[in-house]
Write a protein that binds this ligand. Structure first.
Ligand SMILES: [Zn+2]
Length: 259
């Protein structure tokens, strides 16, 4: 396997080694892709994989990098499953920006929403899913580990914060605030769930895509780092189901990832 860097300002990853074939993705300058085997290579074209998508890119816009070996992903300390993570750097840049804008819009209208939870590790998702099932308490989520957009840095939970306390109160004047959260989120390319009021997630990406390891374009280092570390930790602990392929495999050196 070889690793290449995109040198053109924008480069198509195509379905076949042909300029007329469909574009699967558009990669920005500096994007790192890994080369994959091709039984019958076409001169001028490189078969490669990026974000779980395999296709062909014009070789003249690819620079082969010396660092051929993927960096081993480090496994950090175990996750505290009771702790909410509000680190916005772990969110995909598109979601990070949309959520920041969403909060600005709402706060400007004197609606005191804040981020209650951002990235959620699969261990915590499993823990929350067990509530009301194998653990006491009310059922609070339908999603198992790797089935929530939180595990991909593509979701956030937005809750009212009033007089130093989180509030899920939907009575009186606050009903309109929750309604406005839904409306404003939709206008910013975020999807809401009817059964989880505070939850917003990236629109236009199917869970089946994520489970197949196909992540949205435009990721950056801090987002990718969070995902690969979560996948590495989960794998090292023998967690089931396995993380989507592509989160761990063929990880390029992080300082060479497009940011
Ligand atoms: Zn959520």
């Amino acid at each position: 396997m070889a690793i290449y860097r995109v040198t053109a300002s924008l480069l198509h990853l195509r379905t076949s080694a042909d300029r007329a074939s469909n574009s699967l993705a558009i990669m920005k300058a500096g994007t790192i892709i890994s080369g994959t085997a091709d039984d019958s290579p076409t001169p001028g074209w490189t078969r490669g994989r990026w974000n779980g998508i395999e296709g062909y890119a014009a070789s003249q816009f690819l620079e082969r990098l010396a660092a051929l070996d993927p960096v081993p992903v480090t496994v950090g300390p175990p996750v505290n499953v009771d702790r909410r993570d509000v680190d916005m750097a772990k969110l995909h840049p598109i979601v990070r920006d949309s959520v920041a804008q969403l909060l600005r819009v709402l706060n400007d209208k004197a609606m005191p929403f804040r981020v209650f939870e951002a990235y959620r590790a699969p261990e915590r998702q499993r823990h929350l899913h067990a509530q009301g099932r194998s653990r006491p308490g009310m059922i609070i989520t339908r999603a198992r580990a790797w089935e929530s957009y939180h595990q991909y840095g593509l979701a956030a939970d937005i809750v009212l914060f009033v007089e130093g306390k989180w509030s899920w109160d939907t009575s009186g004047a606050r009903a309109a605030m929750w309604k406005e959260l839904q409306v404003a989120a939709a206008s910013l390319g975020l999807e809401t769930l009817s059964f989880e009021r505070p939850h917003v997630q990236l629109k236009g990406v199917a869970l089946s895509q994520l489970l197949a390891g196909r992540m949205p374009d435009g990721g950056d280092v801090s987002w990718f780092n969070a995902l690969s570390e979560a996948a590495a930790r989960w794998t090292a602990a023998g967690g089931s189901p396995p993380p989507p392929s592509g989160l761990l495999a063929e990880r390029p050196p992080l300082d060479q990832l497009a940011s």
